[in-house]
Structure formats: C-alpha cells, structure tokens
Design a protein around this ligand. Structure first.
Ligand code: PGA
Length: 251
C-alpha cells in the first residue's frame, strides 16, 4: 500500500511574512490529515525558518535542489548534508527548470541522487518530456533515459524510499495539465520500466504527477491507479488550493 504524497514546490517565491501565513494556514487546515504525507519545499534561504514554523505539525520539509558535492569551492551551492542538518527529509532533483535553466544533465542528476541517498534524504526525481519531444513521439524514450541514468548508476534498489515525479515540461506553470489518461499512461510506463528489474521496488515506488495541478483537477488525476500524489508549484502557494489538493490525495 503506497501512502499518497503531496509536495509543494514554492520555487523562488515568498517572503518572511508570506511564508509564515502560508504555514500557519496549512497547519490549521491539514491537522488530522494523517493518510497523506505533505512536504513543503521553500527556497533554501527560508529552510531554517520553515523548519521552526512547521514544528509540532505533520508537515515535512524538503529542498528544491542541492549540490552533488559534500563541501568545497562551489560558490552559491548548498550541500545535502547541510539540508539534512536543517531538517530536510526530501530533496527535489532534476526539476525541468534546473535541467533547462541550469544545464543539469541526466548523468549529473543521477550523481545528485546518489549523494542524496548517502546524506539520508529522500530524492524526488523529476522526469518529463518537452512539447517537441512529445510531438515527435519521444516522450517514453526521454523519460526512460532520465530514469535509466539513476538505475544504471545505482541499481534499481536505489529507488526504494525514493520518489519519481512525472512532470511534462509543457504542463509546468502553463495551466495546461496532462489529462488523467495521459499522465496514467506515463506513470504506468515508469512503473513497468522499474518492474523489469524488480517488481517489488516497482510496487512500492511512489510516482507523483506535476504540472498545473490544482484544486479542480487533482481528484481526477489521483483516481488513476499509478498516480500516487502530486508535485505542486503555483497552487502550493495558496493555502486553500494546496489543502484541497492534499485532501483529494486521501485514498
Ligand atoms: P506548477 O509547477 O504546478 O506551477 O505547474 C509544478 C512544478 O514545477 O513542480
């Protein structure tokens, strides 16, 4: 039985007053929702503050990215061990914005995944195709390669206690979500790819969907057999929207 997971990716948004209000609202409205794991991923500078704000709640802390290196001359970067020290339990890796804007490659993301496991964090591996790739019939191949980079480097067992997020690039921040059937088709393919090497790992693996998830479309997405939750961007900044998504994830 896979416990549903909803992750809020705040991206580079928020201020000290706004994050306090957001967390206060989530704490009130999500108290008692024990059947869904809810994670918030603030900008790195706010992580320590949010760790304090979510104290004594069931909210869990995550980061949006991290360095693959332990320490050293990497100006501006944050190490996974530092995130762990400040209470992060999850880390988003290979988000399409990191891949597109910061040139992260499949191989580099796989190394980050390894470092996250070593630091004791749960990696949320983002995979997904661009519109051009989908239209060229390459969606499955692109996603298989993104996932394959991790499996080839670390073995399929590395996906235990890990999360895969399917985020079609064309659906991120566009208001244009994949239909439940489109998302389910890819989620099933991801699970099938893993099952080729381990049915046990495939059965346990959480595969969440991301890309314009909101209060209105979340329920139909979550009704699909292989969609185990969501990675939410824009809607995670609004208490009511995010709470509605979390509640819809309750199976
Ligand atoms: P969105 O972002 O929900 O705003 O589309 C999702 C994401 O980038 O994780």
């Amino acid at each position: 039985m896979r416990q549903p997971l909803v992750v809020g990716n705040w991206k580079m948004n928020g201020s000290l007053p706004s994050i306090s209000m957001l967390i206060a609202g989530l704490k009130v409205q999500l108290s008692g929702l024990s059947e869904v794991d809810v994670v918030v991923c603030p900008p790195a500078i706010f992580i320590d503050r949010v760790a304090g704000l979510i104290d004594e709640s069931s909210l869990v802390l995550g980061a949006q990215t991290a360095s693959e290196f332990d320490s050293g001359a990497y100006t501006g970067e944050v190490a996974l061990t530092m995130l762990n020290e400040f209470g992060c339990r999850y880390v988003i890796l290979g988000h399409s914005e990191r891949r597109a804007l910061f040139a992260e490659t499949d191989a580099q993301v796989a190394v980050k995944f390894k470092a996250a496991k070593e630091a004791g964090l749960i990696p949320i591996l983002c995979v997904g195709e661009t519109l051009e790739q989908r239209e060229a019939g390459q969606a499955h191949a692109v996603i298989a390669a993104q996932l394959g980079a991790v499996v080839d480097l670390l073995g399929v067992e590395s996906l235990c206690d890990s999360v895969v997020a399917y985020e079609p690039v064309w659906a991120i921040g566009t208001g244009k979500t994949a239909t439940p059937d489109q998302a389910q088709e890819i989620h099933r393919a991801i699970r099938y790819q893993v099952a080729q090497q381990s049915e046990n790992v495939a059965e346990q693996l959480l595969v969440v969907y991301g890309g314009s998830v909101n209060a209105g479309n979340s329920e139909s997405l979550f009704s699909m057999a292989d969609i185990d939750g969501a990675l939410v961007g824009g809607a995670s900044l609004k208490v009511d929207e995010f709470v509605a998504i979390c509640r819809a994830a309750k199976c």
